[in-house]
Design a protein around this ligand. Structure first.
Ligand SMILES: [Zn+2]
Length: 563
């Protein structure tokens, strides 16, 4: 029922898609089926209450729904509790000229006098018709105005309905909240937005290709209003890059913990005309996708090329850092609201993320250790500077053939240790067999993000049912926790025997260039004696750890490890 194609509204001089295709009846509302069911059912069965609280993120249709409720209540030819959207009453409400609907933006009319004046008028109704008062951003009413509103809600005039809309229900007086029926509006899913945009472009006869629609869905971030505005903008500018800031430079700088690079990327974006708040918001949205793609890919909205891009950045950042970026940018967004120089707030946030030694929080300490570890790994192999083609991202380099995504025979893999003899009973599983099937059959069967993560992973040994897998960095090893479930079932499926997965870190796996290269030279710090440098394998973990330990004790004399 909630999937009728919106009927374009003909309002003089209105051209924006959002206003032309604003839903005019319950059947046209998308993505809020639970709200539609409750309200349409109430109208149909004559069980409408005197006060509703509509809460939810901006752009999810709260005031639109309030108007539809007003239409349905006053419609001359209602159908099944829904408005016809054609009769004189419906048209007047659409045009904003109906005397039955009074809208008030509490953000600008938040005084007690405004409320008294309005609620006094509530008693002079036309008998037999419903008057609907819509208070937007009701949490912004002053205390006195809230109390005046509460008085009215305690003894509501008959035939008057209050719809209080808010993005922040917790800031509404509890006594007001308790007198309302609370309906929560949700962000609209990517698929629902996409089908809405496709329908609108059909109805409006627009020439938007799928890439444009995908971009608008992404920019809409769960809001039909924002998605339609984005579609408008994309069609007007004719270019995706103009409508969306490009964050790859920033991601690259964050991956390489490069403060100067991060500030330079920000400067480029602001020079392009992006406003700092808008940048922070867009960047937070991208990082959120990076985060979701690591922990719950099915919930992420990013599509196609964008999705691949963000999965790649995620596997390089690792989950802990992704979370920290998300938190730090989120904090910056809140601070920006009251900051005189908003760009400075953003700059400070980026420096915090790239110079964790400035920050005293626990996460920052954790990050410092991670950074030291990475420093240790890279000590002999200098960071692959500017070109944004970091280890895992196949930009510029030819992408691996889709049929065999994990094959990389040219990579300078150290010679694997000889096959471990398998115990009796599992004679069919040999090391070579497992190694080959892991790369060619197990990994390709996994989710795209898991594939990115395991792209450079290699099976190192098989002892009994213990499978040792090497990954290029400690961060990646930690990220493997998020895919363990999937890996176990893929292994079970392939080998039909339970295998116990263990991980090790081997820095040589992260070699970014296809040319053979020697193992990184050890930094000139004490290395555990007894480690055989010539044999490949697990000892690189020891090396990395000992370098980190050494640097930590150097920086924090007398420090003890707390775990
Ligand atoms: Zn009607």
């Amino acid at each position: 029922m909630a999937d009728a194609i919106p009927t374009p509204t003909s309002l003089d001089g209105v051209t924006s898609l959002y206003r032309r295709f604003r839903p005019g009846r319950f059947a046209e509302l998308r993505g809020q089926d639970h709200v539609v069911r409750a309200l349409q059912g109430a109208v149909k069965n004559d069980r409408v209450v005197h006060a509703y609280l509509f809460s939810g993120p901006r752009g999810t249709g709260k005031t639109t729904t309030a108007r539809i409720l007003a239409k349905a209540l006053n419609c001359e030819h209602p159908v099944d509790g829904d408005a016809c959207n054609k009769c004189a009453s419906c048209v007047a409400i659409t045009r904003g000229s109906s005397l039955d609907v009074i809208e008030l933006d509490a953000a600008s009319n938040n005084g007690v006098d405004d409320i008294r004046e309005i609620t006094a008028g509530a008693w002079h109704g036309t008998p037999g018709r419903w008057k609907v008062y819509i208070f937007d951003e009701v949490h912004q009413l002053s205390k006195a105005a809230s109390v005046a509103l509460l008085k009215t809600l305690e003894e509501p005039p008959p035939h008057v309905i209050f719809v209080l809309a808010t993005t922040d229900p917790h800031k509404v007086l509890p006594t007001i909240r308790s007198r309302t029926q609370h309906l929560e509006f949700r962000l609209i899913g990517g698929e629902t937005l996409s089908s809405l945009l496709h329908d609108v472009q059909g109805a409006a006869g627009l020439a938007a290709d799928d890439a444009t629609i995908d971009a608008a869905v992404r920019l809409g971030r769960g809001s039909a209003r924002d998605a339609l505005s984005a579609l408008d903008q994309l069609l007007a500018t004719g270019s995706l890059s103009e409508a969306q800031p490009e964050f790859d430079g920033l991601f690259h700088a964050l991956v390489h913990v490069d403060a100067v690079g991060a500030l330079r990327s920000l400067a480029i974006l602001t020079r392009e005309g992006w406003d700092p708040e808008q940048l922070a918001e867009s960047f937070a949205a991208e990082v959120r996708q990076v985060f979701l793609l690591q922990v719950a890919p099915e919930v992420a909205d990013a599509v196609d090329a964008d999705r691949e891009r963000l999965v790649a950045w995620g596997s390089q950042l690792g989950l802990p850092r992704t979370v920290r970026i998300l938190e730090t940018v989120g904090r910056a967004m809140r601070e920006m609201k009251s900051a005189p120089e908003k760009v400075v707030t953003l700059e400070v946030a980026l420096v915090r993320l790239t110079k964790p030694e400035l920050d005293s929080s626990i996460e920052a300490l954790d990050e410092r250790v991670t950074k030291l570890e990475r420093g240790g790994v890279r000590a002999g192999a200098p960071t692959p500077t500017p070109p944004p083609a970091p280890a895992l991202r196949p930009i510029g380099a030819p992408a691996p053939a889709p049929a065999a995504p994990v094959q990389k025979p040219a990579a300078p893999l150290p010679e694997p240790p000889p096959p471990t003899p398998t115990p009796d009973g599992e004679a069919s599983l040999t090391y070579d067999d497992v190694r080959e099937r892991f790369e060619q059959r197990v990994v390709p069967r996994m989710s795209r993000s898991a594939q990115m993560l395991l792209k450079s992973a290699r099976v190192r040994s098989l002892e009994g049912n213990r499978l040792l897998i090497a990954v290029p960095s400690e961060e990646m090893r930690r990220s493997t926790e998020t895919i363990l479930q999937g890996l176990r079932s893929a292994l079970d499926h392939e080998f039909k025997t339970p295998l116990q997965v263990e991980w090790t870190v081997d820095a040589t796996l992260s070699t970014p260039s296809p040319a053979p290269r020697p193992r990184p030279t050890r930094p000139s710090v004490p290395v555990e004696s007894g480690v055989d440098e010539s044999s490949a394998g697990d000892e690189s973990v020891l090396v990395v750890e000992s370098v980190a330990d050494h640097l930590i004790t150097e920086m924090f004399p007398g420090a003890e490890e707390i775990s």
